[in-house]
Write a protein that binds this ligand. Sequence first.
Ligand code: B12
Length: 242
Amino acid sequence: MPVVRPEVLGLPGAVAATPEIDLETLDNPNEAFLELMRRGHDLGARNHLLQRFLDGEPIAALGDGPIRESFDRIGELWHDGPEGILIEHRATEICVSLVIELTKMVRQDDGGPRAIGGAISGDDYKLPPLLTTAVLQEHGFRAVNLGPNTPVEVFELACFTDDPAQRPDFVWMSINDLHQDGTDLNARIVDFAARCVDEDLTLVIGGRATGGLDLDRVPSIPGHGAMTEFATFVEGWKTRRG
Ligand code: B12
């Protein structure tokens, strides 16, 4: 029997099966995803993303492509009033659950390197840490996400624990809002980065506000503005590590 609505069974279906939106007129698939997100069409957005994932697009490419591009556009709508804010908040929640779902679809490698990270203090953005974690898992890491708004002391605790079994092999920070909360956040991050260099722990930073950090003291710390670039970096890192 034909499956009429695969999404109710938890299966991805063709985007064309989203009858109320004529996505066929949109030749760029990222535009189709934007349209689904703009309308809050969670099942359609899920079908679209899962289908592209199953067709072979890596999570990093989905993050830099449909996800980032749609938020670049949705992020402008608040200028037009509260409806724009509604669309933005709804789209964020839809996308958070989609990225979590993608993370569950990648193979878990029990022997993979351990990675930990999150977004810094004052940075409330959920999607960049979730996407970073998903990309790391897709590349065979055992990745732990500390989520948004993580104080530097928590990174220190997680990374420099005395228990060798708990120490990560790789740490990352997502910096999308370099919020100054009275403490000198920049200096704290740089101190943490210097300690990572001393203890031979790889630290990678990424995100929209990375350029606002003064990293002159730790020039060897890699910074990435996109997930595809980061995915290439982690593959090289794994090869160098052997
Ligand atoms: C959703 C959203 C919010 C939500 C966040 C909800 C949540 N809990 O996640 C809420 C409502 C909280 C919010 C609040 C604010 N926001 Co806001 N927000 C956005 C929006 C629409 C999407 C952000 C997002 O998740 N994008 C999707 C992710 C996947 O893309 P990305 O962030 O670009 O990340 C990519 C890269 O940077 C990189 N990357 C990111 N992190 C990392 C980490 C590593 C390790 C690596 C390797 C790579 C990497 O890879 C990603 C994929 O390519 C953006 C618009 C936009 N253009 O992004 C505005 C936007 C960022 N916000 C903006 C503003 C102004 C604000 C507020 C100040 C508004 C206010 N007046 O209160 C506050 C500040 C909050 C704070 N303290 O941080 C502005 C920032 C302008 C600027 N010059 O910086 C933007 C650009 C909107 C706009 N066009 O005006 N926002």
